[in-house]
Design a protein around this ligand. Sequence first.
Ligand SMILES: Cc1cc2nc3c(=O)[nH]c(=O)nc-3n(C[C@H](O)[C@H](O)[C@H](O)COP(=O)(O)OP(=O)(O)OC[C@H]3O[C@@H](n4cnc5c(N)ncnc54)[C@H](O)[C@@H]3O)c2cc1C
Ligand code: SF4
Ligand code: SF4
Ligand code: SF4
Length: 459
Amino acid sequence: MFQMANTREQCSWVHTDYVEATKKAKALVRASVNRVVHHEALEKRFVDVNPATLVIGGGIFGLSAALEIADSGKEVFLVEKTGSLGGLISNIDLTFPYMHSARQMLTPKINHVQNHPHIDLFMETEVKDISGYVGNFETILTSKDGKDVELKFGNIVVATGLKTFDPGVIKDYGYGKFPDVITSVEFEKMLLDGKILTKEGNEPKNIAIIHCVGSRNKDYHEYCSRVCCMTALKYSKQIRSALPKANIYEAYADMRSFGKNCEEFYLQTSRKDVMFMMFDKQDPKKIKEAGSRDKCKLLVELNEKLCGTSVEVPADMVILMVAMEAYDNVTDISHAVGISMCGNDFYIEKHPKLDPVAQARAAAARILATIAVGSVEIEPTTAIVNEDICCGCQTCIKVCPYTAISFDEEEGVSVVNEILCKGCGTCSSACPTGAIRTKHFTDQQILSQIEGLLSLKEV
Ligand SMILES: Cc1cc2nc3c(=O)[nH]c(=O)nc-3n(C[C@H](O)[C@H](O)[C@H](O)COP(=O)(O)OP(=O)(O)OC[C@H]3O[C@@H](n4cnc5c(N)ncnc54)[C@H](O)[C@@H]3O)c2cc1C
Ligand code: SF4
Ligand code: SF4
Ligand code: SF4
């Protein structure tokens, strides 16, 4: 039996009054001793893992994860909601920081996935609901043509990616009003087509690139989208080689060039005769039509932070580095899969945006390690119902956030699925009769610990 009295973090590291800290340490020891006498043995339990994996999303992350797992001989179900594979990368010309062709990277992966004996591909299909528990899930996939497919699998990779922000909502940028104000995605299409031209079909003499459009702004998204600084630098580099005489203006809030070889990429681009200008991220910026005497079509008005004055940047084309944002149905996916969300509608996990391939490999490696072991350990501190005093009110079923409790109609009592239960204790605190309790957090254990803390008796 074990109970720790944390006299380091909770006493010596946080208090300066040694006398009071010693009193507190004694109280903590007393509380632990009081509690430990009520401890009961907890059993380690394991459940078998179904070796099949469901991958949701057929972008570069999903493709890479699916291949990594399938190449090890394990079955993969890959679900993509659209009619094509590749996600955002399929609309990209060259990728920073090495300027490799996105298509050359993507096409062999797509071919490999489409012909892989261990990958079942479900196009134009979505996952409605997932039931089960770690190692043993089930779902019904619904395809666009109305066909339902039932699947069983033990692991899930969520690779649903992000979409781009619509800059039309920022009226001062005139997106949708001025034809030569375009998004990064639209500029990428121009690069893929091999021609940088204004809507009138001319080569632009002045190109302005505006960072943080919809990102790092309290009116839209406060987070940093993380890919757009590097993408903007990539554009400056590509514009310089396509249009050697063009004036390139890059207006940024902070230059975020983190990631392997990204700072070097920034340095190389800064030597390409690009005019960098800094603005405050909350300051308004405006794109307006140029006057008849200006030798350009548009003017970008902004307060340049480094020289401290308001400037008008000439432009024939303005590229808006739009934010990355969650899909509207992201919470449906998180509920179906049972993963938590943090603010901004992102899943709680490492941000996969900067190196989706490396992140996909890491996710796949973790899954393969679980499959190799063949079972996963489950939480021993689960809830348990005392059937003798359960009155069948079902309050616990309503409050359980993991749908771990069901009702036994015949016996008229609640039953906990110990594999689904996460031991959060919500049911125990809501139960009116005290029939449901969480192992290792019983009333007796907690109350005796409190008594120990509050006891005036010196040890
Ligand atoms: C303009 C632009 C330029 C960029 N340039 C670069 C670059 O040069 N270098 C670089 O490294 N990165 C670049 N990026 C970032 C890069 O596009 C992303 O890092 C990468 O696409 C992320 O891959 P992903 O597979 O995670 O997501 P995505 O590419 O978004 O793919 C997600 C896939 O999941 C599918 N999906 C979504 N929801 C569901 C669902 N519910 N069910 C089933 N399927 C679903 C989507 O249809 C999509 O196919 C750029 C991004 C943009 C916008
Ligand atoms: S442009 Fe740079 S700083 Fe702004 S959101 Fe994108 S990555 Fe972050
Ligand atoms: S809340 Fe308590 S009494 Fe009511 S059904 Fe659940 S375990 Fe039984
Ligand atoms: S402890 Fe939490 S997860 Fe387990 S049954 Fe009770 S409410 Fe559900």
